[in-house]
Design a protein around this ligand. Structure first.
Ligand SMILES: C[S@@+](CC[C@H](N)C(=O)[O-])C[C@H]1O[C@@H](n2cnc3c(N)ncnc32)[C@H](O)[C@@H]1O
Length: 400
């Protein structure tokens, strides 16, 4: 396999940096290298999803994820079905479009009476991926369209916003503890090589924000050089998702940590990672525009921003626990039945199911659910999520 080396900064990026005054916040760099329509990893379509590509998301394991998420999607949408309005399932950041396609097929089978009422809406920043999604979505029966967040805000829908591994792809800021206190970490390009450089001091309101989720940066616990990420873009995203739905649900699925783990003094360099060809690397400057960049979600900050945007928190669960509650064990045991599909198919399905709950991988994903103006089901009745007070869920089944 070809080594991923530390090459010179591409000329387009050198020109951008020069035009911007020589140095930019990390979030600007991340936005450029991921979403620039000519050069960005997603924007231009350099991304390669799946087992033979750069990385595997839960969606890349075939229709397994959609099949398992279906009962929870149905329970949420059923709660809205008594209204006369259209119901929209909005997937934000749909990647190759497989999850929307599979959910479209499964929802049309499970609720044939909704075929004219239920619409799929895809919100995708990348022009190249929008083309890929158009090809995928041909193969499902529900009406569907792409929409820009501004269009959704102009005519808010009733339904659900689903975001699988979107938030970890939104641009993050980097903060670092210098000898002279806290400041932002910016990006520059001396002698044609990308590198970190000190940015402006951290404004007082950032310290206040982190205090709100229990992180006291002023403490001496953080050594000089300690750095991490702050996903300010998630705050405006929560507002955009709230503007998109007049009534409904917000379901975020992503790698995440609580604020205490995220901003632990024992995590000296944050959660930022670069991915290419199934390799994970800590250096975000290796191949700008040719690698994915991600940072984990701070679940406490996400909840803080979502609530500030008007969402009500319904619960949080790990993907492993959530999928078990949604029937993963039943699906595994069905694979052992003698009249099932051929052995090779069963083995590959079994592998996909186990990868989704692998405690060292996708099983650690965090699922966070919020709602706006949905009185039922109450959080304790949700299939996959613990009640906020930690009480056990009711044992319920949804007809699928
Ligand atoms: C890591 S991929 C995840 C794709 C897919 N959900 C999956 O799980 O396989 C991130 C996706 O979010 C899209 N994206 C990133 N920022 C976005 C934004 N601000 N608005 C809409 N889509 C965005 C990317 O182009 C890409 O489709």
């Amino acid at each position: 396999m070809e080594e991923l080396g530390d090459g010179p900064c591409p000329l387009w990026l050198q020109h951008r940096l020069k035009a911007a005054g020589g140095a930019v916040p990390f979030s600007t760099y991340m936005e450029w290298v991921l979403q620039d329509p000519e050069h960005g990893y997603y924007g231009h379509g350099h991304v390669a999803f799946g087992r033979r590509g750069d990385f595997v998301t839960a969606v890349g394991l075939g229709s397994t994820l959609a099949t398992l998420l279906l009962p929870q999607v149905l329970q949420c949408l059923d709660a809205l079905a008594s209204t006369t309005e259209l119901i929209s399932l909005v997937e934000w950041g749909p990647g190759d479009g497989e999850l929307s396609r599979d959910l479209g097929i499964l929802l049309a089978q499970a609720r044939p009476q909704w075929r004219q009422r239920l619409h799929l809406v895809l919100v995708e920043a990348s022009p190249a991926l929008r083309q890929l999604q158009i090809r995928q979505l041909q193969h499902q029966p529900l009406p569907w369209r792409h929409a820009h967040p501004a269009e959704l805000a102009a005519a808010p829908a009733t339904g659900m916003v689903l975001a699988n591994e979107l938030l970890d792809a939104l641009p993050v800021e980097r903060l670092t503890r210098g000898k002279d206190g806290w400041h932002w970490q910016w990006v520059h390009c001396p002698q044609g090589q990308l590198d970190w450089c000190p940015g402006p001091p951290l404004p007082a309101e950032i310290l206040v924000l982190l205090e709100a989720v229990g992180i006291h940066l002023a403490e001496e616990a953080f050594p000089v050089g300690w750095s991490s990420e702050l996903a300010l873009a998630q705050s405006s995203w929560c507002r955009a998702a709230a503007a998109a739905l007049h009534r409904g649900w917000l379901w975020c699925l992503d790698y995440g940590h609580t604020a205490r783990r995220y901003y632990s003094p024992q995590r000296p360099d944050g959660t930022l990672m670069a991915y290419a060809r199934q390799q994970a690397m800590g250096n975000p400057f290796l191949q700008p525009g040719r690698m994915d960049l991600t940072a984990h979600v701070c679940t406490d900050l996400l909840r803080h921003w979502a609530e500030a945007a008007g969402w009500t928190w319904c619960g949080e669960v790990s993907q492993g626990q959530g999928l078990l509650a949604l029937g993963l064990a039943r699906q595994l045991s069905r694979l052992g039945e003698a009249d099932g599909p051929p052995l090779a198919q069963r083995l590959s399905r079994r592998e996909a199911l186990l990868r989704l709950v692998d405690p060292a991988g996708l099983g650690r994903f965090r699922w966070l659910l919020f709602q706006r103006r949905c009185p039922t089901p109450t959080p304790g009745d949700l299939l996959a999520f613990q009640a906020p007070d930690g009480k056990a869920r009711h044992s319920r089944q949804i007809s699928v």
